[in-house]
Design a protein around this ligand. Sequence first.
Ligand code: NAP
Length: 329
Amino acid sequence: MVRVVRFHEHGGPEVLRIEDVEVPPPGPGEVRIRVKALGLNRAEALLRRGTYIETPHLPSGLGLEAAGIVDALGEGVAGFATGEAVSIVPPLSMVRWPAYGELATFPAELVVRHPPSLSWEAAAALWMPYLTAYGALVEIAGLGGADFVIITAASSSVGLAATQIANMIGATVIAVTRTSAKKQALLAFGAAHVIASAEEDLKVRLQDITGPEGVRVVFDAVGGPIFGTLTAAMSRGGILIEYGGLSPEPTPFPLFAVLSKRLTLRGYLVHEITGDPARLAAAKAFILDGVAAGALRPVIARTFPFEEIVAAHRFLESNEQFGKIVVTV
Ligand SMILES: NC(=O)c1ccc[n+]([C@@H]2O[C@H](COP(=O)([O-])OP(=O)(O)OC[C@H]3O[C@@H](n4cnc5c(N)ncnc54)[C@H](OP(=O)(O)O)[C@@H]3O)[C@@H](O)[C@H]2O)c1
């Protein structure tokens, strides 16, 4: 028996329970990992609350990111050996392959031998943020050195990964955070400009920064009322990549900005990258090169022990974090 985290009903962090279960041997094409660290994601809080794009059967496990040691190999798996240090590319379904446990099983094609220089914590904080940001900014938007890019929820793990990737490319980052609490940290982290959207006039600040030309690329996890301001700040032919729905408020459709500037508003899930072997290979190479060069470094906001998974989820939903919340197992 090993300890895993499950929930039997939807709700707040308190519904998470640590339970002893039997983890079966890995199936064909799967690898079982002895987990050392977990990276927490907003998606896991949404699954727990019953508002995620995936609907679980209860009781359900959860979790999308882990790093650990190869414990057992399923039939037909080549290229890995037990005892190797690995981390996990987020699976298409966290209900089918949940990460929160002492042992967890994943499809072999999602298991990565990460650089030995990465700690367990950093390895567990790598793949979701950097794959998400890479797919949107590099593959879809074709971000270049001459571009401005607006990154909302900039202090999130994905926002910080996007900032590092944009800086690596040479683009100019305009980070949007709600209050000034994280402003200095974002500037120190490498954002060229930081706007506190609840305290400053977002429209005026964007105009001041970009002039009449506007911003070609917007990477937005928020939606809601700022959508109109973001699209108003975009340049002709610009692209807004929508990848989250953090705002609980309705998102207006900015018809005239979209029409007059021929804007592309593009929904995006990281599954687009992780579900395509060729795109995933290119993304992994970009990220591992960036890690090796020291340009990409996962930011860990706080680390909790496994026993404090409820507190870790509370902190995740407090929005106080700057970067990734990690749980050590
Ligand atoms: N499409 C995909 O494939 C994909 C993949 C990964 C993540 N995501 C999405 O990306 C977003 C960030 O995920 P994460 O796990 O990196 O998040 P996170 O680290 O938990 O960061 C959340 C941050 O977002 C900001 N925020 C929270 N509520 C907000 C609101 N109502 N309005 C505006 N900003 C708000 C806060 O930053 P400030 O304090 O700075 O305002 C907060 O610290 C989530 O929406 C998640 O679902 C999508």
